[in-house]
Design a protein around this ligand. Structure first.
Ligand code: RIB
Length: 302
C-alpha cells in the first residue's frame, strides 16, 4: 500500500571534521588532525541509516548546486535512498563544522545554507511523496515553519517522528503529532525549560509527554534510553561498545526506531533495536559511513 517505509524531511550537510585533543576556549587556537569531509546532516543521515537497514526510504531536502551537494546525492543513492524529492539550488549546501575529541564526543556548528531554503511550498509540492510514506520523520535543521507544514500535510494514519535537534520551543500542533518525540538530555532540558527539568530522566520523559506528544523517547547514550507513553516509563538498555565517534549515532537511532515502529513494532522493542543500531554507529568514524547494514544488526522478525 505504501511506496516508502520512511520519508525523512530534513537537512543534508557536508560534515567538515577535525579530530582534536581538546576544544579551544574563547580567543584560543588549537591544532587538530587532518580535515575529513563526510556526507552528513541529520535528515540525510536518517535516510541513509534507514536505507542501509533495508527500509524503503525517501528524503525531502534541499542541497546546493555544488560539489557538497553532489557528495550528498552520491551517498544517498549508493545507500538506496530515493532522491527524487531532493531539491538543488538556491544557496550553498549546508555545512557542519565538527570537532571530535579522543573520547569520541563531538561539537558541531551548522551553517544551514540550502537547508534554510526548504520551504512550506516545497512540502506542499511533495504531497505525493508524503502520501506514499508509512512513517515521516523530521528534525530541526530546516525551518520550523517547514516542519509545521509537514505536520499539517500528513495524511490520516501516517506516523510522525520528530527529533527536535537543534532544540527550540515547539508549537502545540507539532508536539501533538509526535509519536514519538525523540530527545537526548540536552534537547529534553531545552524543551522542558530552565529550572523545570531536574536531574531525573524519567521525570523528563513524563514532563515531555505532558507537553502533548503521543509518546516520548529519551536517549541516554551509554545508559540506553527511556520510552514513555500513556502506559508509563520503561528503560531500554544499551550495548557496551568502544566509541570512536558519536557523530550521527542519534540520527541512526531515530531512523531505526521510526522504521521498526512503522513495521508494527511496539515502542520498547523498536527502541531496543534502535539502541543496537546506534551502538554500532559509534564504533566507526563519520556519520553515514558508520551506519550498519541489516546483516550487521538484524531487525527483529516482523
Ligand atoms: O547529527 C549529526 C549531524 O549533525 C552531522 O552529520 C552534522 O551534519 C549535523 O547536522
Amino acid at each position: 500500500m505504501y511506496d516508502y517505509d520512511l520519508l525523512v524531511v530534513g537537512s543534508a550537510n557536508a560534515d567538515l571534521v577535525v579530530g582534536v585533543e581538546r576544544r579551544p576556549g574563547a580567543g584560543e587556537t588549537v591544532l587538530g588532525g587532518d580535515l575529513a569531509v563526510h556526507p552528513g546532516g541529520k535528515g540525510a543521515n536518517q535516510a541513509v541509516a534507514a536505507a542501509r537497514l533495508g527500509a524503503r526510504t525517501a528524503l525531502l531536502a534541499r542541497v546546493g548546486d555544488d560539489g557538497h551537494g553532489r557528495l550528498l546525492l552520491d551517498s544517498l543513492r549508493s545507500a538506496g535512498v530515493d532522491t527524487s524529492a531532493v531539491l538543488a539550488g538556491g544557496a550553498p549546501t549546508g555545512v557542519a563544522l565538527i570537532t571530535v575529541d579522543p573520547s569520541g564526543d563531538n561539537s558541531i556548528v551548522v551553517s544551514p545554507g540550502a537547508n534554510a531554503r526548504l520551504t512550506e511550498g516545497d512540502v506542499q509540492a511533495a504531497a505525493g511523496v508524503l502520501g506514499a510514506a508509512r512513517v515521516v520523520s523530521a528534525q530541526l535543521e530546516i525551518p520550523l515553519e517547514t516542519v509545521s507544514a509537514v505536520v499539517r500535510a500528513l495524511p490520516e494514519g501516517t506516523r510522525f517522528v520528530l527529533n527536535p535537534s537543534p532544540p527550540r520551543p515547539l508549537p502545540a500542533e507539532v508536539l501533538a503529532a509526535c509519536d514519538p518525540l525523540v530527545v537526548n538530555e540536552h534537547e529534553a532540558r531545552v524543551l522542558l525549560g530552565d529550572g523545570e527539568s531536574g536531574d531525573d530522566p524519567a521525570g523528563w520523559a513524563r514532563g515531555l509527554l505532558a507537553l502533548g506528544p503521543r509518546s516520548v523517547v529519551v536517549t541516554l547514550g551509554a545508559e540506553g534510553a527511556l520510552v514513555c507513553d500513556a502506559s508509563g516509563v520503561r528503560a531500554v538498555p544499551s550495548l557496551p561498545v568502544d566509541a570512536v565517534d558519536t557523530t550521527g549515532a542519534g540520527d541512526a537511532f531515530t531512523a531505526a526506531l521510526a522504521w521498526r515502529l512503522g513495521a508494527g513494532g511496539e515502542l520498547p522493542e523498536a527502541a531496543a533495536y534502535a539502541a543496537r543500531v546506534g551502538a554500532a554507529a559509534v564504533t566507526r568514524r563519520g556519520a553515514q559511513e558508520s551506519y550498519p547494514t541489516a546483516a550487521e544488526v538484524p531487525p527483529p522478525a516482523a
